[in-house]
Design a protein around this ligand. Structure first.
Ligand code: NFE
Length: 468
């Protein structure tokens, strides 16, 4: 059976290999392989737990604020720290700004070229020449907005720097709260930028996404996957402890459930790690075995109650009740732009809730031995940091990112990961131009930089198709 190997898949973050078995112009099976090794958990051992926030941010440049949040939540969980109201709002503003940057970039830079023929010059050439359905005028208009989105996504990053000092790897989020207090200047600056970003999303990005969705309506069905959704809860409420603006929850086969934070385990049968039974992240091991027979990925297979789960904007909006229950490629794309609109609107309100002169940080004492978990939403979905400290040094740290869930290989029961499953059934018109594979896979906004770390030379074999 012909197998299309795409490695590395371009227009994602990090290095990723997809093997798609194609029969009669349809994908009948798929294998998702992370082709570099993550060693972050090992780097953290023996370090001061207060430094984890800065070290784990370095996992990835596109979602570093999410790792800062997860790490801070883990410390706050362990030491029962309650950040002050201002600190929670500032963290929401920093993470919200980074989420907007991510969603704008994902839509224009990573998604649009799969559906809209670009200008006849690099970086848009060379490119595919199949199944472009929009008129020349509409395509030009969308690429005009693409050019503007470069400035707008940068403006979103500028917002992160107002309260986070720099981006990627901000210094504004830390255990205990935030580091930059609000004042007249930074609040005014933030407000003027959020308004500009919001106007762009409302007047251009939503329209461009809906134009694409209309022309490619078959993609509402293509790429549905396992039909299990999960969210850990996004944007803590500053006045209602334990509540979120985007609530946590689970939907399994259409049935809503409360999230059980203890029902997560990682499988490694098909991953290049020493064999172990499914382990909870509190006990998780990261012992590489690059020669393990049958393994095909550096990504582990996280499971919830033993099931693969889909997450990210679509899961969050469905669980929040802002989008009808739906599964499929175009639903993921639309949910991402609608979520950007909602978050921008909320952020405009949150800036006005800051109280000048009030604290942003709660000081704390660090005992010798403690442990905690930080379970938050990153842009792509559920992100967890689990750690233990002994003698004020990290003795265990385990991270599960949303892309580890999405790009996971088969689990110990042989069940495909979410993207593998979503690809099955996808039509492929031209074996040599498999644009459809990228459309389905990228709708999850995968980031292999988060999922794994360090390249494997096996990704360089000759039969490999470079780029999609
Ligand atoms: Ni590298 Fe990340 C997000 C995290 S990965 S982008 O969002 O955590 O899944």
């Amino acid at each position: 059976m012909p197998v299309k190997i795409i490695s590395p898949i371009t227009r994602i973050n990090g290095f990723w290999r997809l093997d798609a078995k194609i029969e009669n112009h349809r994908i009948v099976d798929a294998f998702s392989g992370g082709i570099f090794f993550r060693g972050l958990e090992k780097i953290l051992l023996g370090r001061d737990p207060r430094d984890a926030v800065y070290l784990t941010e370095r996992i990835c440049g596109i979602c570093s604020t999410a790792h800062a949040l997860a790490s801070s939540h883990a410390m706050e969980d362990a030491l029962r720290i309650m950040p002050p109201r201002n600190g929670i709002i500032i963290r929401n503003l920093i993470f919200g700004a980074d989420l907007l940057q991510n969603h704008i970039r994902h839509f224009y830079f990573l998604t649009v070229p799969d559906y809209v023929k670009g200008p006849d010059r690099p970086p848009f050439t060379p490119g595919y020449n199949v199944d472009f359905r929009l008129s020349k005028d509409t395509s030009s208009q969308i690429y005009e907005n693409y050019m503007e989105s470069i400035h707008i996504s940068r403006a979103a990053h500028d917002m992160v720097t107002i309260f986070g000092a720099k981006i990627p790897h901000n210094h504004g989020i830390l255990p205990g709260g935030a580091s930059v207090p609000p004042d007249g200047d930074n609040v005014r600056m933030f407000l003027s930028i959020i308004k500009r970003v919001k106007d762009f999303i409302n007047s251009k990005m939503i329209r461009d996404a809906e134009l694409i969705a209309e022309a490619y309506s078959d993609y509402f069905e293509i790429g549905a996957g396992h039909r299990n959704l999960m969210s850990f809860g996004m944007f803590s409420h500053p006045d209602k402890s334990g509540e979120f603006y985007f609530r946590p929850g689970v939907m399994i086969g259409g049935r809503p459930e409360e999230l059980d934070r203890k029902a997560i385990s990682e499988h490694v049968k098909y991953s290049w790690y020493d064999d172990a039974p499914p382990l909870a992240p509190e006990e998780g091991l990261t012992e590489p075995d690059a020669k393990k027979p049958g393994a095909y990925s550096w990504v582990k297979a996280p499971r919830y109650k033993g099931l693969p789960m889909e997450m990210g904007p679509l899961a969050r909006l469905v669980i929040r009740g802002d989008y009808p229950e739906a599964y499929g490629t175009m639903h993921r794309i639309l949910a991402r732009v609608y979520e950007a609109k909602k978050v921008a609107e909320l952020m405009e309100e949150w800036v006005m809730e800051l109280e000048i002169g009030k604290p942003v940080f709660a000081p704390y004492e660090m005992p010798s031995d403690f442990e905690g978990a930080g379970m938050v939403e990153a842009m792509r979905g559920c992100l967890g940091h689990w750690f233990r400290a002994n003698g004020r040094r990290i003795s265990h740290y385990q991270i599960i990112t949303p892309s580890a869930w999405a790009c996971s290989p088969r689990d110990n029961n042989g069940i495909r990961g979410p993207i593998e499953e979503a690809l099955v059934g996808t039509p492929v018109e031209d074996f040599d131009q498999p644009v459809e594979v990228g459309r389905v896979a990228r709708s999850f906004d995968p980031c292999l930089a988060c999922a794994v770390h360090a390249i494997d030379a096996r990704g360089m074999q000759k039969d490999i198709y470079i780029g999609t």
